[in-house]
Design a binder for this molecule. Structure first.
Ligand SMILES: Cc1cc2nc3c(=O)[nH]c(=O)nc-3n(C[C@H](O)[C@H](O)[C@H](O)COP(=O)(O)O)c2cc1C
Ligand SMILES: C=C(O[C@@H]1CC(C(=O)O)=C[C@@H](OP(=O)(O)O)[C@H]1O)C(=O)O
Length: 382
């Protein structure tokens, strides 16, 4: 089966689960490879009380033996520590006294259409799964992809270059993405980091919330991942869909982004040069993708996240039980989750790149993949 993953789990249920299929045999994989990214996702200025409760750690349930993958699906479990506080409300088994139903759908969430679509009369049945808690499992899957890519020198980093009204030049965020882990908001610049934190504090003080923008940068990709031949194989489209699937992401662009549209062609295309007898590019304005394939330059994909929907200053809604105007249901919420979204962005990008990488080089075992990869690099002279 093709490389990919599924997730299961509700935000306040017992656990988040990821099953990654199509993982080659013979890949070294330790719990700490996964836990590192789980911890990075949990960090970030502006998160609410939930992250103090959770300490995400993976348990392998299948596909790994003595530190190496077997070629079978890798099954991973991350327990929700908060479940202990929610057992009455989230127990999979019937309970004696069911909790009161919630009927105040929150604008900006899956609540209203989710209740209508799935015939739920309690919005908890929607919000538990639509919550971004599910991205814990995605990051676990992404860490498997990252481990695989790392074996071939491919790295994936991210940086935040906007929170609310405070922005940092995108090209500097791209350049210094590898240093962003040191910042509480994933912005490589210490001064802008402080301004972004103040922006988050101000929004929280106003009982409001913020969004922002981040960039994911993948370095070391060989040319030719993805394909121009079929629309379904185009890597830019696949990357865009994967990043857009993250909760609250409302737009995605590549390289210089939508700004390309206002420029002349000579200011946009990346000219092809010969440097010491090797092919090179004069620039990387298109973000490493041409014709739906990697071109050997860093892949640069940016995303815009809308502000967190649930705010202390509750928004207008309708109580669906009484069909009367009301204020939206409020639960503990983050004030800003852009730094976490950037880490989730890395995971989704890593998964798509791993999938495309294994399409190109085979997927049964690491030895054969390595041989195929080296033969290809030899043929194209890289
Ligand atoms: C890491 C992360 C944390 C989030 N935390 C919250 C939160 O605390 N409160 C909230 O209302 N939305 C939060 N969101 C956004 C919602 O999950 C999202 O807006 C909602 O599921 C509706 O999906 P949509 O915005 O993609 O349409 C978070 C998103 C991410 C990626
Ligand atoms: C739990 C996480 O994020 C949650 C995502 C989220 C939402 O609506 O998306 C709402 C909040 O849930 P809670 O009310 O339990 O605090 C966040 O904390 C997480 O990222 O681990």
């Amino acid at each position: 089966m093709k490389f990919g993953f599924s997730t299961a789990g509700e935000s306040h249920g017992p656990a988040e689960v990821a099953i990654v299929h199509g993982v080659p045999a013979g890949l070294g994989l330790l719990a700490e490879d996964i836990d590192r990214d789980l911890a990075r996702r949990q960090r970030g200025y502006g998160r609410g009380g939930r992250q103090k409760i959770e300490q995400d750690r993976v348990e392998f349930l299948g596909g790994v033996r003595h530190g190496y993958t077997l070629g079978s699906p890798v099954a991973m479990l991350v327990r929700n520590r908060d479940y202990a506080n929610w057992e009455e409300r989230m127990n999979p088994a019937p309970v004696e006294r069911p909790p009161e139903k919630i009927t105040l759908p929150r604008p900006g969430h899956a609540d209203l259409a989710g209740m209508q679509k799935y015939a739920h009369d309690d919005l908890r049945n929607v919000l538990e799964r639509s919550s971004a808690r599910e991205t814990t499992a995605r990051v676990a899957a992404g860490a498997v992809a990252r481990k695989l890519l790392g074996e071939f020198g491919i790295t994936v980093h991210s940086a935040v270059y906007r929170i609310g009204g405070v922005a940092y030049p995108r090209e500097l965020a791209v350049r210094d993405a590898a240093k962003a882990d040191a910042s509480e908001v994933r912005c490589p610049d210490p001064e802008i980091t402080e301004r972004m934190k103040a922006e988050i504090d101000a929004a929280r003080y106003a009982r409001d919330a913020l969004g922002g923008e981040f960039v994911v940068v993948a370095e070391g990709c060989p040319p030719g991942l993805g394909s121009y031949v079929d629309w379904r194989d185009k890597l830019d489209a696949r990357l865009a869909a994967a990043v857009m699937s993250i909760n609250a992401i409302k737009g995605v662009d590549f390289g210089l982004g939508f700004g390309l549209a206002a420029r002349r062609s000579s200011e946009v295309q990346d000219e092809i040069l010969l440097e010491d007898g090797r092919l090179a590019r004069a620039s990387n304005r298109l973000g490493g993708l041409e014709g739906g394939m990697t071109n050997g330059e860093p892949v640069v994909i940016s995303a815009a996240m809308k502000p967190i929907s649930t705010i202390a200053r509750a928004l207008r809604t309708v109580d669906l039980s009484a069909m009367e105007p009301a204020r939206a249901f409020r639960e503990r919420a983050d004030s800003c989750a852009v730094p976490a979204a950037a880490v989730i962005g890395e995971a989704m990008v890593a998964v798509v790149l791993a999938e495309a990488f294994l399409e190109k080089f085979g997927q049964d075992n690491m030895t054969d993949i390595r041989a195929s990869y080296e033969a290809y690099l030899g043929r194209i002279g890289r």
